[in-house]
Every structure is written in C-alpha cells, then in structure tokens.
Design a protein around this ligand. Structure first.
Ligand code: SIN
Length: 316
C-alpha cells in the first residue's frame, strides 16, 4: 500500500486473527496464521480510504513466537516509528503469547507514539469473526490524541503491556489487567481512557541477532522436587524464574536445588503463580523477587543477562 500522511503502520504476525477453518462454525479446530495482513485489511469495510501502510513481519501461531521473530518485529517497529508521517503502529498477533511480545516491546522501544497489539479469538473464516472489529478498535487507539506506550486491544478493552495477561482460553474478552484494571475502552470508534497511558520503559540495549540467554520457568506445586532444576543446570540454563506458590513460596526440595543452581552461577528470580497481585517483600528472603508475572519476569531476566539493570525492574 502507498504511504500517505499521517498514517498508521499495520504489522501482521499471524495468530487466530489470520486463521482459517474448513467450517464457518468451527472456532476451535482452525489453523492459525493462514491469511496475509493485506487481505485481512482489504476485507474490512471502510479501511480502503484510510491512510494505512501494512507489512507482513511474520506469519505464525503465537505459541511458536521466538526471540528471532521478536528481533525482526522490534526492528520493523523502530523503522516505522522513526518516520515522521507514522502516527502509530498496530500489530496483529496471536492471543497466546501477546502479553509477552507486548512486554518485550515495552522494554525495548523508545518512542512516544502508540504501539497497539490486537488479536482475535475466532478465525477470519468464522461466521462471526472478532478480528475485524478488534483491528478497527486498535486503529482508533493508535490515532487517539494522547495515546502512547505499548498496549493490547481486545473486545473493546485497552490494556497496558505491564498488566495485560490472557485469562481465558475461549471467551472473546480473553484478556485482563488484574488489580490495576484496563487503561481505556473503545466504544464505537471512540477511545475512553480510565487511567493514564503508560509510556515505554526502554532498557537501552541492542537485541542481539542470536545467542540469546537461556532462561526457563519452573513452577512450585504440591510435591515439587529439585530434579527439573538440576537437569536444566546440566543442560546449560543461564537463568531460572520460579513461579512460586502464594507469596512466592518454594518447597524445600525445589529451594535446595535452586540454591545449588545459584552456586553454579545461574541467575534466579522468584515470582508468584497467583494471577493477581505482586509478591509482598519481607526480610530474610532467600531468592530475589519480581512483581511481574512469571512469563514477563522471564523476559526481564533475559534482558538482565544481556545487560544488568541500573535500577530494579518496574512492578505490575
Ligand atoms: C495464537 O496465539 O497464534 C493462536 C491463538 C489465538 O490467536 O487466539
């Protein structure tokens, strides 16, 4: 498409929004990432006359999202955002790892322009797909006065990158922002903010083209042992995020193995597997705690291993 001004760049990465199914009534047994972003945009009434540019950056089911794709997406976001005529970027993405990509971009992009991730819970071939409306809502957010930061838009609700998480495997309104609540709502093309936009918090490092630190997540649970951690250490893991129970507690056999891992040079971070609320810090903690969800704490630890932080990471 021709770039006009001001414009919004729509970057396709796949997901259910680009998915297709043999039957219009099948909203589960489809194949994600089948339809290109140009065709998706061309099928949405009223978009033809809008100043949009589009680019297919990836075409994948977001369960397969990886560091190489993040690197390409980051570079394309930076390139589009650097153009004066580009008002903001919309990224179409699968719902399954959307919160991880959003957090990664939040910590890597240095921009005052909005970067809006959107998605769908039903494939494009569905009898009633949710993707087209989500794209329209995302475009409304990307062009809204005052909008900034990396946000996710789904089912008319706008979430910030730090708070957002997928909370439902099927419902159209699949995301939540925990105790903080949404940033804004989109109603018939109008954006209604309910709290302040969250600016990006870039880590000031270059994302490498390869050789990314290996960080894994281990969960505490009834009967948790240390075997998995010991296997990871033997396999060369560089960092482990433990998703603890409750206020980040870890069963003694797992804790023993984590202490051994730390002595072997593995970086450790403790989070909670609870879906809401940060860990409450206390004296005498054995492992460093993060207020982020386990998947976002993993991204933060990857970035720490690339470049140790000058200040502690932001909480959720
Ligand atoms: C995906 O995450 O790519 C598939 C699932 C979805 O988009 O809802």
């Amino acid at each position: 498409m021709q770039v006009a001004r001001p414009t919004i760049a729509v970057l396709g990465t796949g997901g259910t929004l680009a998915g297709s199914s043999a039957s219009a009534t099948d909203n589960v047994g489809y194949t994600a990432a089948q339809i290109g972003i140009e065709a998706i945009l061309a099928g949405i009434p009223g978009l033809r006359d809008l100043p949009l540019a589009s680019e297919q950056v990836a075409q994948l089911d977001s369960k397969d999202m990886d560091f190489a794709t993040w690197g390409r997406l980051l570079a394309r976001c930076q390139a589009w955002l650097a153009r004066d005529e580009v008002q903001g970027v919309v990224i179409t993405h699968g719902t399954d790892t959307l919160e991880e990509t959003a957090y990664f971009l939040h910590r890597m992009l240095d921009t005052a322009k909005p970067v809006v991730l959107t998605c769908a819970m039903r494939p494009a071939t569905s009898m009633s797909p949710d993707g087209p409306q989500n794209i329209l809502d995302a475009l409304a957010v990307a062009s809204a006065a005052g909008a900034q930061g990396v946000v996710a838009v789904c089912a008319g609700v706008v979430h910030d990158a730090v708070q957002v998480s997928k909370v439902h495997p099927y419902r159209l309104d699949a995301f939540a922002s925990g105790e903080a609540g949404p940033l804004a709502y989109v109603e018939d093309g109008q954006v209604r903010p309910v709290r302040a936009w969250v600016p990006t918090a870039p880590r000031a490092l270059d994302w490498p083209a390869g050789a990314w630190p290996r960080v894994e997540i281990v969960m505490n649970h009834a009967g948790a042992g240390g075997g998995m951690v010991r296997a990871l250490v033997r396999d060369g893991v560089q960092g482990i995020v433990v998703a603890g129970t409750g206020n980040g507690s870890v069963a003694q056999p797992l804790l023993d193995a984590l202490q051994e891992a730390r002595e072997a040079g593995v970086a450790l971070v403790r989070t909670t597997r609870c879906s809401q609320g940060p860990i409450v810090r206390h004296a005498g903690e054995t492992l460093p705690a993060s207020a982020l969800s386990p998947v976002k704490a993993r991204i933060e630890l990857v970035l720490d291993l690339l470049r140790p932080p000058a200040r502690p990471a932001p909480g959720r």
